[in-house]
Design a protein around this ligand. Structure first.
Ligand SMILES: C[S@@+](CC[C@H](N)C(=O)[O-])C[C@H]1O[C@@H](n2cnc3c(N)ncnc32)[C@H](O)[C@@H]1O
Length: 441
């Protein structure tokens, strides 16, 4: 899941104190490469400058947003010499809000930037650098794709208003709509705008293929069309129905999730005989949709609500079971209990189809942004599944984990395929396939 990552606090020398630029000041600058926050980089008298809304080679007028000891953060207010990849941003809040970094970049170039970002991380490791990262799989929807909105409620003069907080300035911004959100989320936003006094945050989630809506927290708001505080909503992916609890993870772009499932199935080239583990299984999307193509799937998930959802979502699927626990613990004990389901953590809740010899043929890993716990990767090298498929939303963590599997030659990285789950933003998801080396049978 795309959990928010906080930058580590900078503790080095003050690199910007000698530059006389303060919030609101404007200056002309030629922009350099894009950094991993999605902004263009530059420098003034050796002080690092990051400019939101710019592209390499452009000459712009930028306005200082905030000073930090390690950088001056600015945003483009006028473009003097545009790059060929520049387009007009569609959103009236672009750069006042910080949620989209790349609305000013043509979609084709966004896909290239994402591919390049993944390649850069892969190239940091000798064990991986033989791989040329595939082209990014594009999203059919470039706006209106998000099924999940997390909003902030204003305080004091802004009390009760719904909006976002700019990540650089930390200023609250009231919004009437967000162009990334699926239509029903914006419809609901209009109904709750100005009515959320007493709250700090709110969430609106929608089943893009079902219309089912979940609004949290519960509020004493009456009126047509708003029901707050429901515990679950429903989504449909590739014809299967999934219940999702308010506290369970679900990919934010339902259309691209379907594409990701197709890509994973194609890359794994399953023959129907495999025991597959779906680690970090969430509400069971991969487990349920891949079950028809393998002998058996065992999902592992630490969230109690997601496990409850997953069990319900797989009720009609014969060959799927779920283990409630941490992947690092469950895989660590697999050698002892893998062939004895009665010994699994949470035993008794399994329908028990028998694990056969317990040999894991295929392992799907879809960890949160931080990547896999090192114990997970140590267990993978002991269990030696023939194919390991990793789904990741953080290229640096992905490359680090892939290297841990490949650096001693136990696995070889075959494919890395970025998939655009988050158009208009710098974020990128990637699917990677590894195969076991030097083993037969
Ligand atoms: C990126 S989501 C993937 C979910 C699912 N594969 C999907 O695509 O819908 C990561 C999931 O891992 C779960 N999780 C986080 N840390 C875990 C751990 N150590 N062991 C097992 N599950 C974990 C989270 O609760 C979340 O459901």
């Amino acid at each position: 899941m795309a959990k928010r990552r906080h930058r580590k606090r900078y503790t080095g020398p003050d690199l910007t104190e000698h530059v006389d630029l303060n919030p609101g000041d404007r200056f002309e600058i030629t922009l350099g490469e894009i950094d991993d926050t999605g902004a263009a980089t530059a420098d003034i008298e050796g002080a690092p400058i990051v400019v939101a809304g710019g592209l390499p080679g452009e000459v712009v007028i930028a306005e200082v947003q905030r000073r930090f000891p390690e950088r001056i953060a600015a945003k483009v207010v006028q473009v003097l010499q545009p790059a060929a990849e520049r387009v007009e941003a569609e959103c009236r809040y672009f750069l006042t809000c910080s949620g989209c970094q790349w609305q000013h970049v043509s979609y084709g170039h966004q896909l290239e930037l994402k591919r390049n970002r993944v390649q850069l991380e892969i190239n940091r490791y000798e064990s991986l650098s033989h791989v040329e990262v595939d082209a990014t799989v594009e999203s059919a929807k470039r706006l209106g794709y998000r099924n999940h909105g997390r909003f902030t409620i204003g305080k004091r003069d802004d009390a009760g208003q719904v909006g976002y907080v700019n990540a650089v300035t930390r200023r609250f911004l009231r919004i009437e709509e967000c162009l990334l959100m699926d239509g029903p989320i914006n419809d609901t936003l209009k109904l709750v705008q100005d009515r959320m006094a007493g709250q700090t945050q709110m969430t609106i989630r929608v089943g893009s293929n079902t219309g089912s809506i979940l609004v949290q927290p519960r509020m004493n708001i009456s009126g047509p069309g708003v029901v707050t505080g429901r515990q679950h909503y429903e989504e449909e992916v590739r014809g299967a129905r999934f219940r999702v609890a308010a506290s369970s993870f679900f990919q934010v772009n339902t259309g691209q999730l379907s594409r990701a499932v197709d890509e994973v199935r194609e890359l794994l080239d399953l023959n129907g005989s495999e025991l597959m583990i779906d680690a970090y299984s969430g509400v069971g999307v991969f487990a349920v949709l891949l079950a028809p193509y393998v002998r058996r799937v065992i999902g592992i998930e630490e969230s109690a609500s997601a496990i409850e959802d997953a069990k319900l979502n797989s009720e009609c699927v014969e060959n799927v079971e779920f283990i409630h626990g941490k992947t690092e613990v469950v895989l660590g004990g697999w050698g002892n209990w893998g062939n004895r389901p009665e010994n699994w953590p949470g035993a008794g809740s399994h329908t028990g189809h028998g694990a056969g010899d317990g040999v894991v043929d295929v392992l799907l890993l879809d960890p949160p942004r931080v990547g896999c716990h090192p114990d997970v990767l140590a267990s993978v090298k002991k269990l030696k599944p023939k194919k390991v498929l990793m789904v990741s939303c953080e290229p640096a963590a992905l490359a680090r984990d892939l290297d841990l599997l490949c650096s001693e030659g136990v696995y070889r990285l075959e494919v890395v395929r970025p998939i655009d789950m988050f158009p208009q933003t710098r974020h990128v998801e990637a699917i990677s396939l590894l195969t076991l080396q030097g083993q037969t049978g």
